[in-house]
Design a protein around this ligand. Structure first.
Ligand code: GLP
Length: 241
């Protein structure tokens, strides 16, 4: 695990964008794994800037989202599909058809999860997976207690995660209870994991991820077993290390 502590959100965004740019420039068909939440947003802004100002192209890339709410109507502004379109994929030259997310609106969500894992596999796997971390140590929507070998599947959100994500909705009651999320086993198959965390609120989860035991109690700790992980932190998020 490579831990990089940087002194500003901009530097973190730039370091993560460098890693993405390298994949885009060196792979014939780069496959990106995209995360939602607020932590990756500066990274996406930097990628959009490089696209607009420096001509960085994503036209040949494919992208897979980490997770999706179950039960939000198609096109809901807080569905992760819409968030990613608004913040990144709709602002660069990646074809819309090259961006896939778990189908949280499927009648058979379990089957949709299996199909999603197959689609990632058929694309040759993810070259670079961007990740944030939840304050309870979750990655994607793998809440504490998730199997370390899990695949894309239906999960129930903890109360803490629903409260954390309530800021994106009018009211906490509007936050869905269920999600379709890549499993920890799915995420671990990506060839490079780039995890971004900023702020004091993430310090405990980051310490458990990096220095704690590998355990379902902190799902992000499974990344200790991955051969190529970059953890990009500000001082506050690194303060309990
Ligand atoms: C959600 C997402 C995660 C993300 C987490 C933290 O739960 N499913 O992928 O890492 O939020 O989000 P934030 O970066 O806004 O703190």
């Amino acid at each position: 695990m490579e831990i990089v502590i940087l002194d500003s959100t901009e530097r973190i965004a730039s370091a993560a964008a460098d890693a993405v740019e390298q994949v885009l420039r060196t792979h014939e068909t780069p496959v990106l794994g995209l995360a939602t939440g607020s932590s990756p947003l500066p990274v996406y802004r930097e990628i959009v800037r490089r696209h607009t100002e420096d001509g960085l192209s994503l036209a040949h890339a494919r992208a897979f989202l980490l997770d999706e709410y179950v039960g939000l109507p198609h096109g809901h502004p807080e569905s992760y599909r819409e968030v990613i379109r608004r913040e990144l994929t709709g602002l660069v030259d990646i074809p819309a058809a090259s961006v896939q997310g778990p189908d949280g609106g499927a009648d058979d969500v379990a089957a949709a999860g299996r199909r999603y894992d197959e689609a990632i596999h058929a694309a040759g796997g993810v070259d670079l997976q961007l990740l944030g971390i939840g304050s309870d140590g979750h990655i994607a929507f793998n809440e504490p207690g998730s199997s370390l070998a899990s695949r894309t599947r239906l999960k129930t959100l903890t109360e803490q995660t629903r409260q954390d994500n309530a800021r994106f909705f009018d009211h906490v009651d509007d936050v869905p209870y269920h999600v379709l999320t890549q499993g920890l086993g799915t995420i671990m198959e990506a060839r490079h994991l780039v995890l971004v965390a900023t702020g004091e609120g993430k310090a405990e989860a980051v310490a458990a991820m990096v220095e704690g035991p590998v355990s379902q109690v902190c799902p992000a700790s499974v990344t200790q077993m991955h051969p190529h992980v970059s953890v990009l932190l500000d001082e506050a998020a690194a303060s309990r290390l």
